[in-house]
Design a protein around this ligand. Structure first.
Ligand code: SAM
Length: 464
């Protein structure tokens, strides 16, 4: 490594590989959360901060509420990269379409959602089925209503010609930057792994380039150190796709390096140089002038079907601003909200890829009643004052997260749906049936931590 990269780069990295990785979390700005004043900030992410040690996150109701996301500090640079792309390439263009092609578990998707204008649509895709479900859960916890999730090979998006303004390819890679965290990355490492990863990365980027609009930007990243998957691949994109590498200004932060032996604009986050794991980023602009909306793959505007009276009443009562700017549809299962400006496009995508989430599911139909979903409870679209609320203490919150029925939640509350809160914010829904309240926390998300495994109070993650 010293021979290939020089000792200025390699020596701090090699020393850092002998030390423990840092622990960092990013507060959810969509839910108006921020680190407290005493937090130790991540320089390139205003919502990110380091923790002195790793708490048991699963024992923290705030983590289940999506008030923060546990993310490596280097990866938090995605937010700054996306913000720079929007500012430098798209200005105040509304209704941008952003594809995160390799998205699970979703940390960078979430960072991008928070950096993009609220009018943007984010399509998060993941190949691996199990990981796609984790992605779905993380998107749900973040609460943004403008994210859809699909599962499949990202190359399938090549058919949506010139449809996206920004495409993120956080590529599967040899994972050298994760060796401190994942010993498996050390066992798997070989030169042939590097070569095959580099080839897969080129195939993915080349396929997805078709789905990028002229003037659009592809954000390429890996969590590995070698030049083959990084600078050399970027050079092949510049040469083969006529891409232009654009300045994101990330090297303004202490310790963030530029590409090694390359004329192209690339950024390296390297352990020993920054407090975080390995991350390589480059932003590549497609030639041509950019135009908003359109693309050859716009769906037809759908005729809005008339809503049932029950659905209209539900939305008017419980969705903020009555879902202004969102189209409301009933799909036989429940009520789905989608940003109106992207409704036709999402409809078109849904007919061609495997959609796991094609909008915010606000309620599901049970008999003749609309039952509010957990997704709505954690979403920024919930009108929080619209359900009677009960505040749970720490033990009760953990019991709720295990899916346990709650005896006599509050005799003063009317029967019906109740918002279970912790720290004044929604944790999920209960149905108060009188002598007890049924727990509506989704079975698949139930916590498997017993009382005896819990600390005496919630871990302090310094969020306000
Ligand atoms: N962006 C993610 C984050 O920040 O949480 C991490 C992504 S990880 C580096 C790469 C992901 O790409 C893996 O989850 C892997 O399963 C997925 N993947 C691999 N090949 C893929 C393909 N052909 N299409 C879509 N996803 C793929």
């Amino acid at each position: 490594m010293v021979r290939s990269y020089g000792s200025d780069y390699a020596a701090p990295l090699l020393a850092a590989l002998e030390t423990a990785p840092s622990v960092s979390v990013r507060a959810n700005t969509l839910k108006s959360c921020r680190p407290s004043e005493t937090a130790d900030p991540v320089p390139w992410c205003r919502a990110g901060f380091y923790l002195p040690s790793r708490p048991l996150f699963a024992a923290d109701p705030a983590w289940h509420q999506g008030l923060y996301y546990v993310q490596d500090a280097s990866s938090m640079a995605y937010g700054a990269a996306v913000a720079a792309i929007v500012e430098r390439c798209f200005g105040d263009t509304a209704n941008l379409r952003y594809l995160d092609a390799c998205a699970a578990p979703g940390g960078k998707t979430i960072a991008a959602v928070e950096a993009l204008p609220a009018s943007a649509l984010v399509v998060a895709n993941e190949f691996d089925r199990h990981r796609a479900n984790i992605l779905l859960e993380n998107v749900l916890k973040e609460g943004a209503p403008n994210v859809v999730v699909s599962q499949g090979d990202a190359s399938a998006y090549a058919r949506f010609e010139e449809a996206f303004d920004i495409i993120a390819v956080d590529a599967p890679c040899s994972g050298e930057g994760m060796m401190r965290k994942e010993p498996e990355a050390i066992r798997q490492w070989s030169q042939s792994l590097i070569d095959s990863c580099a080839s897969v990365q080129r195939q993915l980027v080349t396929a997805l380039w078709r789905a990028l609009k002229p003037g659009g930007v592809l954000l390429y990243s890996t969590c590995t150190f070698n030049r083959t998957e990084n600078e050399l691949n970027v050079a092949s994109f510049v040469d083969g796709l006529d891409a232009e590498s654009i300045d994101l200004g990330l090297d303004a932060y202490d310790g963030v390096g530029t590409g090694i032996d390359t004329p192209h604009r690339c950024y390296r986050f390297t352990p020993g140089h920054v407090r975080g794991e390995g991350l390589f980023i480059a932003a590549l602009r497609k030639p041509g002038s950019h135009s908003a909306g359109g693309g050859s793959a716009v769906g037809r505007r759908r005729q809005a079907a008339k809503l049932s009276q029950e659905a209209s009443v539900f939305v008017a009562a419980h969705v903020l601003g009555r879902g202004d700017g969102y189209s409301v549809a009933e799909d036989g299962v429940g009520i789905i909200l989608r940003p109106s400006a992207h409704d036709a496009f999402v409809g078109m995508l849904s007919s061609k890829v495997r959609m796991l989430r094609s909008g915010l599911s606000a309620a599901v139909l049970k008999g003749r009643d609309y039952v509010p979903t957990h997704e709505l409870a954690l979403s920024t679209m919930l009108d929080t004052g619209s359900f009677p609320a009960v505040e749970l203490d720490y033990r009760a919150a953990m019991s709720y997260l295990r899916g346990e029925a709650m005896a006599e939640v509050s005799p003063a509350l009317a029967k019906g749906f109740v918002s279970a809160c912790y720290g004044g914010r929604p944790l999920g829904f209960l149905k108060n049936v009188g002598r007890r309240a049924n727990n509506l926390y989704p079975e698949a998300m139930r916590l498997r931590l017993e009382d005896r495994q819990l600390p005496s109070s919630a871990p302090n993650t310094i969020i306000e």
